[in-house]
Design a protein around this ligand. Structure first.
Ligand SMILES: Nc1nc2c(ncn2[C@@H]2O[C@H](COP(=O)(O)OP(=O)(O)OP(=O)(O)O)[C@@H](O)[C@H]2O)c(=O)[nH]1
Ligand SMILES: C[S@@+](CC[C@H](N)C(=O)[O-])C[C@H]1O[C@@H](n2cnc3c(N)ncnc32)[C@H](O)[C@@H]1O
Ligand code: SF4
Ligand code: SF4
Length: 379
């Protein structure tokens, strides 16, 4: 098996060695960008609103003072989202992720999921419809979401301790209620539940082990995300990034872990399995993931486009500009015309922000115009 070694920023940590995916990339006939990357994944921001104020995403000082939420009329309607999603699926997209902002704040989201579930992929495989949420409304909505056709869910949770949670998310909400939301998702039959934990050195990194202990053996995959410099407001500093290699080296003394094969090209997380008594991966104990956008950029495999709340397409999480499809929709453009526009936009794509950042000595990121906020284009 071919292997790649993750370069380290923090030399105190051990190198990670993870297997390389074997699947062909791209498939023959697939729409590709200027770097040969296929379009597979569409992330749809259904609202720019959120009931949290995570310090790394929508810091209160900025979002409660300066930011104007979008007026309802400028949001894409469910019919407009579904029409665009159908055209993207026609270009080879097989995965739709609903996100935001907090997607469960968008009224009637189940109706959108029902409409999206009726779409047919090019190769006849079922469309993978998934959702990223902070979990606060999941307890109430999980059953209806599943019934509407949602397949999977990812819940963000940065700590088990209420005080640490408040420091990360700047909200008074009990962790127990997010955990209850996760349980409701599981009871409703949502599959492959994942938990995303953004790690900020000095704020919640001491929660890495308690989180791993909590989710080990539950069937839920916990993923540690390196804190990123997305948007223009979160005051990102490299010294608050805890490299994934260090996450693994903090877990290793307590848990034996082994690298696992990726399930698909373009996967953001590197997978690590808990090792059982026989020295092999014990599926009952499950796995964890690390998402190393800062210390090990994965732009080379990036197959994701983002549809903003207002209907613009963004080609990178760190983009400053999008391509306005809403005016085409509302201006009466035909499907064929929009399909061609999407193809031209994707074919011209050359983005690789995280790779460029990694090549700069201070990891300060390439100088660009003001970057769009993550809540607007969807995380
Ligand atoms: N730099 C960068 N980070 C990303 C990108 N996509 C996702 N991420 C980060 O990875 C996190 C996890 O994304 P998810 O949507 O939960 O995971 P995923 O790997 O895309 O989806 P599945 O594995 O299919 O569940 C996001 O919240 C971001 O922080 C990307 O294209 N670029
Ligand atoms: C923008 S949120 C939108 C969905 C939903 N509100 C939630 O929090 O799950 C999507 C994901 O982006 C992640 N995220 C936001 N800001 C980030 C940052 N600066 N670095 C890394 N991940 C970030 C969040 O932790 C979350 O898992
Ligand atoms: S990460 Fe999600 S929950 Fe936190 S502020 Fe951003 S959109 Fe809201
Ligand atoms: S930085 Fe941009 S190009 Fe690189 S993986 Fe993230 S979204 Fe894709």
């Amino acid at each position: 098996m071919a292997e790649r070694v993750i370069p380290l920023i923090d030399q105190r940590s051990r190198p990670l060695v993870v297997p390389r995916a074997a699947q062909p990339f791209p498939a023959p006939g697939q729409l590709v960008d200027s770097r040969g990357r296929p379009l597979r994944d569409l992330r749809i921001s259904v609202t720019d609103r959120c009931n949290f104020r995570c310090s790394y995403c929508m810091p209160k000082e900025v979002f409660d003072k300066d930011y104007q939420y979008l007026p309802h009329a400028s949001l894409l309607t469910f019919e407009e989202i579904t029409r665009l999603a159908r055209l993207f699926v026609g270009h080879g997209v097989g995965k739709l992720r609903l996100t935001g902002g907090e997607p469960l704040l968008r009224k009637g989201l189940e109706t959108l999921i029902e409409q999206l579930s009726a779409l047919q992929t090019l190769n006849g495989d079922p469309l993978d419809i998934t959702l990223t949420t902070n979990g606060t409304l999941l307890g109430r909505k999980a059953k209806a979401l599943k019934a509407a056709g949602l397949k999977r869910v990812t819940v963000s949770l940065d700590a088990l301790d209420d005080n640490v949670f408040r420091r990360m998310n700047d909200v008074d909400f009990p962790v127990a209620d997010v955990l209850a939301g996760i349980e409701a998702a599981s009871a409703a039959g949502l599959e492959q539940i994942k938990v995303n934990m953004v790690v900020k050195r000095g704020t919640n990194d001491h929660q890495i082990l308690p989180m791993a202990r909590h989710f080990r053996g539950t069937g839920i995959t916990l993923r540690f995300i390196e804190y990123m410099d997305v948007g223009a407001t979160n005051g990102w500093r490299m010294d608050e990034v805890l490299p994934s290699a260090e996450v693994i080296s903090r877990l290793q003394p307590e848990f034996a872990l082994m690298p696992l094969e990726p399930t698909a090209r373009g996967e953001t997380a590197e997978r690590w399995g808990y090792v059982g008594q026989d020295g092999k991966h014990d599926a009952a104990l499950g796995e964890i993931g690390v998402i190393s956008s800062v210390t090990h950029a994965f732009c080379g495999d990036c197959n994701r486009a983002r549809l903003s709340t207002e209907g613009s397409i963004y080609l990178c999480l760190f983009a400053s500009q999008g391509y306005d499809l809403r005016s085409m929709l509302r201006g009466g453009a035909s499907d064929e015309h929009i399909r061609e526009a999407i193809a031209a936009i994707w074919q011209g794509r050359a983005d690789r922000y995280s790779e460029l950042r990694a090549s700069l000595p201070d990891h300060s990121g390439p100088r660009t115009a003001r970057r769009v906020e993550m809540s607007y284009i969807g995380g």
